[in-house]
Each structure stands twice: as C-alpha cells, then as structure tokens.
Design a protein around this ligand. Structure first.
Ligand code: COI
Length: 357
C-alpha cells in the first residue's frame, strides 16, 4: 500500500464539505458525494495519472464515446465503520474480478486487481470521516469506467477513464421492508449472448421502462423472466431466493444473470448453517404451483446496495402471491442481520471476507 500511495498524486480540498447529520435527515441514496474522487486515465495502452482530487464537475467533449455508445461499466461496494472506528470493506477483490469480467465483455481495458483494491482503500482512507454509523447506513463505493475517446465513429476506443466515487447512504429503498413485485411480461432485461451478466450502464437504462411502469401501477420493482418468459432471472437489479420447505432455490448464474457477490455470500452463509441451497432454473409456473401448495415461506432478493430485501408479494398475470403474510420472514431477517453484522465487524467470520482499510 505504501508503494502504491507514492504513485498517486494526492491533491486535497482546502475547505471540506459539511457532512450531513443522518439523525436529522435520513440520507437519500446516491445524492450526497464525499469531498474527493480517485481518477486514472488509460492512454497509450496503459493506466496513467493516478490521482485523488476534489470531487468537482469535469468537462468532456460531447462526442465522447460513452455518451453515444454506452461503453461504461461499474461496480457497487460498501465501507462500514466498526465499533472501534476501523474502516471495513467487504470482499473488494471479488468486485475487482467482476469489474474485469465486465470490462472484457464491453471491450474495455483490464485493471490490475491490486490497483483496483488499493485505489479504493486509499480513497476510503482519506474519506473515512464520511463513513456514517447511524443504523442502516454505510459508505457506498461506486467504481466505474467510461470510454473517453472523442469521436462519434463506431471505432474501438483507445482512451478510458477509471473513477471511484463515494456516497454516505442509508437503505436503498428507504427502510428494510417487504417490497411488492410485478412480473414483467413485455420487456426482458437480458438475452443469451448479450450483456446481462456484465455490470454495464446499458443494462440498467434498458430496464428503466419496466421499473417505471411497475411504479405507476403501484408496485415497487419488477421480476425479470428469461427471453422465453418462462424462467425467473432477477428482481430489479438484484438476485432472488425462494425459501421452500425442502430447499432454498435461486436461479443459476448465467450470461443473463449477474453473478452477485451478496448472492454468493448468502449461499455460503446458508450452507454453513446446513441449509440446502439449490442453484437451478425455476419457472414462474413452478413458483405459482409451489405457492398454491403453501410451500414458499419467504422470498428475498440480494444485492450490494440493499444487502437483503424481503419480497412481500409477486403478481403474475393479475394473480398475487403473498409471502409470509407480507411481513419480514425470520430467515430473511437473520440473513440481513448476519450479513450486515459481518460487514460492520460486529460478527466475526472465518471466510476472510472483511478487510480493514
Ligand atoms: C448495487 O447493488 O450496487 C447495484 O448495482 C444497485 C444500483 C443500481 C443502485
């Protein structure tokens, strides 16, 4: 880390921004950013100009490739402050690995995993006073890469920027509460051979119309089906789990389903409790049947931003399935508390997931 720091040009603000008091105003997710950002530029086949600088608006030519052809990728991570004041990260190397997979799919340059992780550590270290510690809060970390080449020609760009932004946040949906989901029957999020398993901006843009329609119809989010409108894929931007009497079922990761880091952590946590988790295709018709037979006790979704979200209901073709009387289930609650407890350093774990900044 010491050697790495000497490669970063650090230029700090002389006057720091006023930090919010989350006891007075609960944070809106993703609106308040911290004082500084990490930046580096890809030019002449290598990453150059590593720097931590004040977070200020920047100027880009309007022909910038990412504005026109959506060559952007991102990650979501969180930092927590432990009871003894340490800044903690959760499985940051997993994000580095997934970031590089997204970069490969989107024809963008790789970033050395150590540089990715150490850049984040260096920035979080400088901004550690921004990590909130009110219940349900954390510092959300948004690493992203964009093509900065200036041309509207559809060429293979040579110039990119990598950036890390930080946001003190509360819960993504405001509070930890069961959400009401509607099955999306017209649009799909991803297709085989497409970009569904990459964390690229276009996936999220293409999903907005369905989420907007769901909200207009009184739902919180959508359940995405596969290209044949048969198998369940994701809930909004999260992986989904169905708790049945015999097993917990979650769709198998594929090129249309994001390989969630929270998803794989939850699977490991459940298996360590000797709970059977099956990663397999589950059709919407099978879910309806299992629900009719009273076999589905809880449904929840997993992702970095919200950690675990209880699903209160799923509506399919006008038929609504309620789960656990639309209340937070015991297992969902335990997983949320255990996962966030591990992330905050309150619960010791032996996987080596938590690392100090
Ligand atoms: C995350 O969980 O980090 C996400 O990708 C959600 C984000 C789109 C708000």
């Amino acid at each position: 880390m010491k050697d790495f720091l000497s490669e970063i040009n650090i230029q700090l603000r002389t006057e720091l921004k006023k930090k919010p008091n989350f006891n007075i105003n609960p944070p809106t997710f993703g609106k308040i950013s911290t004082d500084h950002v990490f930046l580096m530029d890809y030019e002449e086949d290598k990453w150059n100009n590593l720097r931590i600088v004040p977070n200020e608006p920047m100027t880009f030519d309007l022909s910038c490739v990412s504005f026109h052809y959506a060559q952007t990728i991102f990650e979501g991570m969180k930092a927590y402050k432990s009871k003894d004041g340490e800044a903690l990260l959760f499985r940051p190397r997993e994000n580095a690995i997934r970031f590089n997979k997204s970069a490969e799919r989107m024809c963008m340059p790789q970033i050395n995993e150590d540089i990715f992780v150490n850049a984040i550590k260096a920035l979080v270290d400088i901004e550690r006073d921004w990590i909130p510690n009110e219940p349900g809060t954390s510092l959300y970390i948004r690493p992203f890469m964009m093509a900065t080449e200036t041309t509207i020609n559809l060429t293979h760009p040579l110039n990119f920027m990598f950036c890390v932004l930080l946001y003190p946040v509360g819960h993504l949906t405001g509070t930890f509460r069961p959400v009401n989901i509607v099955v999306e029957e017209k649009y799909i999020r991803a297709a085989p051979g497409g970009t569904g398993s990459a964390k690229c901006g276009g996936n999220y843009a293409g999903a907005m119309i369905a989420n907007k329609k769901a909200k207009e119809n009184g739902f919180d989010q959508v359940l995405w089906l596969d290209i044949n409108k048969k198998y369940i894929e994701e809930v909004s931007a999260m992986n989904v789990f169905f708790v049945t009497q015999d097993e917990i079922i979650t769709p198998l990761v594929s090129d249309t389903i994001l390989d969630g880091i929270t998803r794989k952590s939850v699977i490991e946590m459940l298996r360590s409790l000797n709970i059977k988790v099956t990663e397999r295709n589950i059709s919407i018709e099978e879910l309806v049947k299992l629900h009719e037979e009273g076999m589905v006790s809880e449904v929840f979704s997993t992702g970095t931003a919200a950690a675990i979200t209880p699903v209160g209901s799923i509506t399919y073709k006008g038929y609504t399935m309620n789960f656990n009387k639309k209340m937070v289930g015991d297992l969902t609650n335990k997983l949320y508390n255990d996962l966030t407890g591990i992330q905050k350093g309150d619960i010791k774990e032996s996987w080596g997931w938590v690392c100090k900044v």
